[in-house]
Every structure is written in structure tokens, then in C-alpha cells.
Write a protein that binds this ligand. Structure first.
Ligand code: HEC
Ligand code: HEC
Length: 506
């Protein structure tokens, strides 16, 4: 009796307090979920108030289809070191820095890599500095100086593409084998993934990233058929054709796809370039479209961060070209000035009649690979890009692209940092460019950042130096020809020396 009564009252009590209990449990669960999800909810894309930092490290978008979740990106070189460069091109450094990417202290990513956010996770994207930041030094006794908006002369982008796409085909790219590396790497950095982040990595981030990289790999199979680009170059349009427009590259005429690698250009001082027909073949006269189209290597029209790119673009308008820092013989340079004015200025000086215009192929005579890669069909496809995307009241659709008849006459500001020369980077120094094509080097090395003051360009005759090994560029490969541009080749040797001295002041 007694026990029955007490058990009834116990049950009744429980019953009457049930709502409170449930509320309590739900509240507790919510707190736990909130605590676990807090890092995801508060994960945000960093912003840099310093414009130089923004250029080097700020995201320009691309997180949803091109981003690699931070911890996967971190462990890739640790887990798959066999896909890192062996000896074809290597710079001392850890992990992906061996491809020539530049690591600064106080940053956990190299220059050109940016933190962004997708599904609450920190993901790594790339920005303009991936291809537009280079280094230079007087000799190996000096550290390399980092120069924004200079071509990324030491970066071997293609080798990095090979690395990330080949990894996607490795059977060890799965959550079971990757998670222990991730946990270890997080621990080494003094942090830990919380259970919700672990779940996301295990079931979403790792399989999705693998799938994403496999798609990239399948779109980039043509790379195996092309001559290697080496550091400082990339094929501007073929990846676009296959990735953005689903062209089957293997079905395109070979002359369009075999030799289309282009040298990275410098991108400072854009204001005086407004209205000029630039890109190597002069296919676009709008600075804004050149900026956006370049970004499309890394982002889609739907996830491009136009605010971020606008910040960069505005800064590039008046960013000066760095002055030549080594000795200049002013007397000799003064002798060189009229030689430049007579032979070169009409095409290359700001304010001259032909600068920013196109010189037809028949006249310029340089390699046709890059020219042939840009076709009217491709241009027609480009016009559909950004259609209907409105930013600050303006439709972002491309309207300025056109097929031209040759290569553009570029202004030559900051020329010293733009070697090797021509659109395919086939002539290592200015001295060589002023020689007859048959006397220009048939093979030379790219990727050294030591400046050769005598010949005006980067040191190009060493296979290795200061622990780095360089890329042998062969001008007999498709697209790599070093012919044409016969201006100044018949000048007297003393006039050539004076001309080079003057061009140090550009
Ligand atoms: C994947 C490498 C890559 C990235 C990333 C990249 N560019 Fe470029 N950029 C190039 C190459 C290569 C060219 C030369 C294109 C050609 O004519 O073949 C170029 C050309 C340009 C030009 C025209 C230069 C001239 O004088 O002809 C501008 C301006 C430019 N890029 C700005 C940018 C900006 C701004 C960003 C970031 C939003 C960016 N680029 C991102 C590789 C890149
Ligand atoms: C008729 C116009 C014209 C004249 C004159 C001319 N050039 Fe050029 N120059 C070009 C074109 C076009 C290119 C781009 C060719 C290419 O990349 O295939 C070029 C490219 C260059 C480049 C490479 C730029 C880079 O960023 O890689 C240098 C350097 C250069 N010219 C120097 C000279 C010098 C020095 C003279 C005078 C002796 C001269 N040019 C005369 C049209 C001209």
C-alpha cells in the first residue's frame, strides 16, 4: 500500500514536471548545438584594410566551386608529397611553396591565396596575386623582394594545377585516411576541429572537394598534350574554353590549343591604359573587362566578389611601375633616348600614335600560338558571360572583346620587371630581343629572380642557383617561338647599349 502510494506520487511528480524537463533538455541540446555550430556560424571571410594586403590575401570570390577547405588544403602536400615537383622546377620551401609561391611571415597562406567561407567552413581560394606578384633581387646575396602587380615570374602555376588535380585521382583521398592527417595538422597549429566540423569534413568537405578536383582534372586533360608552361606563364583561354563553355579541347584544331601559353603581364598603372586595346593580342579595350575576365580563371560570374575586385582595380589605376633600382649611366641613357624615340616610341610610348593599338601579324612576325588560341567562336561565347548580372546599376555583360589581327603595342613602363619578353616570354633579355632571331637563345632557363643588369632581364643561363632549380624553356616547342619583332636589330652595338641604358628609366 505504502509503496504503491509513494510510487504513484513519484510518477505524478514526474508527469507534472515533464514539460519543464523537456524544455530543459531541448534548451540543453540547443546550447550544445549552438556551441558546436558557433565556429561555423561565426566563420567569416577576412577583410584587409591595407590595400596591398587586400591584393595579396583578400578573396575575390570563387569559394563555392573553386575553394578548397582549409584543412584539406593544408594536408595535401603532407599527405601526397609524391605529387610535389621533383626536379623540373623547385624552389626551397615547404609544401606548395616549392612551386614558387611566396610565403610571408605572419600569414598562414602564401601570397595569392585567400581565406574565404563556404557552408560555414574556412576555404582557400586564389586571387589576382596568384599570377600578378613577382620577386626580384640584385644577387643571391640578397633576399628576394616581393613586387605586387609584377608578373609572377617564379610561380609555376601549371605544376600546382597538376598537383591538385592528380591528387583527386589518388585512392587515399578519402575521409578515413585524410581525417587523421587533418587532426594532426590542426593539433600542430594548436587547435582542434569540433565534432560538428569533423562531421562536415568527413561527410561533405572531403568527398565534395575530391569530386570538384576530379571535374577540374577531367577538364584539364589537354595540359598533357601541350608543352609545359614553366614558371611565369599560363594558357589564358584554353582552360576557359573547357571549363566555362564545355568545349572539347581535343576536338579543336591543334594550332588553337597546342601553343597558347602566355607570359603573365604586369598590371600596374592601369589609368593611362584605359581605352587601349590590350591583352597580348589587344582583344579588349576596357580595363574593367580585362580585370573581370582575368578573375574568371578563379571564380564564376555567379560567385565573383565584385566589391573586392573593384577595390583592387581602383588601386591598380594609379599604382606606379617600380623604378629601376640599380646604377644607371645617365650619360649613356641620354644617348639612348633619341634612339628609342626614333625606333620604338611610336608603338610603345604613352601618348604616341600607335600605343595600345594592334600591329598585324605580318608586320610583327612573332609566334602565332597565343593569337590563334583566341577565336571568333570563343569571343561569341564570352559575350554571354556576366549577362544579367547587375552591379552598381550596370549590367556586367562583356561587350568589348573582339578578334584582332595581331599583337598589341604595349606601353613599356616597369619593363625591367617584365622579362622574359614577348607575349610567350620567349626572349630572356632585352639585349637578346635586339638581336636577330637566329642569334637569340634557343633554350634558356626561366624562374630565376636575380636581375642581370648587363643584359636587362633575369639571369637565364643557370639551371640551378641558390638551392633553386629552374625550368628549361625550349623555343622549338609549339607556341614558344622567339622569332619576329625585328625592330632595332640592325642598330650598331654601341647604340644598342645606349638604348638599353635608356630603357632602364622607363
Ligand atoms: C591564373 C592567372 C591569373 C589571374 C589569377 C589573374 N590574371 Fe590577370 N592576366 C593573366 C594573364 C595570363 C594575362 C594575359 C592575358 C592574355 O592576353 O593572354 C592577364 C592579363 C591581365 C590584364 C591585362 C594586362 C595587359 O596590359 O594586357 C589585367 C589588367 C589583369 N590581368 C588584371 C587582373 C586582375 C585585376 C586579376 C584579379 C581580379 C587578375 N588579373 C587575375 C593571368 C591572371
Ligand atoms: C610597329 C610597332 C612596334 C615597334 C616600332 C616596336 N615594337 Fe616592341 N612590340 C611591338 C609589339 C606588337 C609587341 C608584342 C609582340 C608579342 O608579344 O608577340 C612588342 C613587344 C615588345 C617588348 C616586350 C614587352 C613585354 O612586356 O614582354 C619589348 C621589350 C619591346 N617590344 C621593345 C621594343 C624596342 C626596344 C623597340 C625599338 C627598337 C620596339 N619594341 C619597337 C610593337 C613594336
Amino acid at each position: 500500500m505504502i509503496s504503491e502510494k509513494s510510487s504513484t506520487s513519484w510518477l505524478q511528480k514526474l508527469w507534472s514536471s515533464l514539460p519543464r524537463l523537456v524544455t530543459g533538455i531541448v534548451a540543453l541540446l540547443l546550447v550544445v548545438i549552438l556551441v558546436l555550430a558557433w565556429p561555423l556560424l561565426t566563420q567569416s571571410t577576412p577583410k584587409y584594410s591595407n590595400i596591398n594586403e587586400h591584393f595579396k590575401y583578400g578573396s575575390i570570390g570563387g569559394a563555392s566551386n573553386m575553394g578548397i577547405p582549409y584543412w584539406i588544403w593544408r594536408v595535401m602536400p603532407v599527405m601526397f608529397p609524391e605529387y610535389l615537383p621533383v626536379d623540373a622546377y623547385q624552389v626551397p620551401g615547404d609544401g606548395v611553396n616549392q612551386f614558387g609561391f611566396m610565403q610571408e611571415v605572419d600569414h598562414d597562406l602564401p601570397i595569392g591565396f585567400a581565406h574565404d567561407t563556404y557552408l560555414g567552413l574556412d576555404v582557400v581560394t586564389n586571387n589576382c596575386a596568384f599570377c600578378h606578384v613577382g620577386t626580384v633581387r640584385e644577387s643571391t646575396a640578397f633576399p628576394s623582394e616581393i613586387i605586387p602587380a609584377m608578373p609572377s615570374n617564379v610561380v609555376n602555376l601549371e605544376a600546382y594545377f597538376f598537383f591538385i588535380t592528380r591528387i583527386s585521382g589518388d585512392p587515399r583521398f578519402n575521409a578515413r585516411e585524410m581525417m587523421p592527417y587533418i587532426e594532426q595538422e590542426a593539433k600542430a597549429q594548436g587547435t582542434k576541429l569540433n565534432p560538428l566540423q569533423s562531421l562536415l569534413y568527413r561527410y561533405i568537405a572531403i568527398p565534395q572537394t575530391r569530386a570538384l578536383l576530379s571535374v577540374q582534372a577531367s577538364r584539364l586533360t589537354f595540359l598533357d598534350e601541350q608543352p609545359l608552361y614553366g614558371p611565369g606563364r599560363v594558357d589564358t583561354f584554353t582552360p576557359y574554353k573547357s571549363r566555362a563553355f564545355n568545349f572539347i579541347v581535343e576536338d579543336l584544331p591543334k594550332k588553337e590549343t597546342q601553343g597558347s601559353a602566355s607570359d603573365f603581364p604586369s598590371i600596374w598603372n592601369q589609368r593611362p591604359r584605359q581605352g587601349m586595346n590590350l591583352h597580348w593580342d589587344g582583344n579588349n579595350d576596357s580595363v574593367a573587362e580585362r580585370n573581370k575576365s582575368a578573375a574568371l580563371a578563379l571564380v564564376s560570374p555567379t560567385n565573383i566578389n565584385l566589391d573586392s575586385i573593384t577595390l583592387t582595380a581602383n588601386w591598380l589605376l594609379d599604382l606606379p611601375a617600380p623604378k629601376y633600382p640599380y646604377a644607371i649611366n645617365t650619360e649613356l641613357a641620354a644617348q639612348g633616348q633619341p634612339i628609342f624615340e626614333q625606333n620604338c616610341a611610336s608603338c610603345h610610348a604613352f601618348g604616341s600614335e600607335k600605343v595600345g593599338k594592334v600591329t598585324p601579324l605580318e608586320t610583327i612576325g612573332t609566334d602565332t600560338g597565343r593569337f590563334d588560341s583566341y577565336t571568333p567562336e570563343f569571343a561569341a561565347n564570352q559575350y554571354s558571360l556576366f549577362a544579367g548580372i547587375i552591379y552598381k546599376g550596370e549590367d556586367q555583360r562583356f561587350t568589348h572583346f573582339q578578334k584582332t589581327k595581331g599583337y598589341a603595342n604595349h606601353p613599356l613602363d616597369g619593363l625591367w620587371l617584365r622579362a622574359p619578353y614577348l607575349h610567350n616570354g620567349s626572349v630572356p633579355t632585352l639585349k637578346d630581343l635586339l638581336e636577330k632571331p637566329e642569334n637569340r637563345p634557343g633554350k634558356f632557363y626561366r624562374g630565376n629572380d636575380v636581375f642581370d643588369q648587363e643584359n636587362f632581364g633575369f639571369v637565364s643561363d643557370l639551371a640551378t642557383d641558390d638551392g633553386r632549380s629552374f625550368f628549361e624553356y625550349d623555343t622549338s616547342e609549339p607556341g614558344n617561338g622567339n622569332g619576329g619583332h625585328l625592330f632595332g636589330i640592325d642598330l650598331a652595338p654601341t647604340d644598342k647599349t645606349a638604348l638599353i641604358e635608356y630603357m632602364k628609366t622607363l
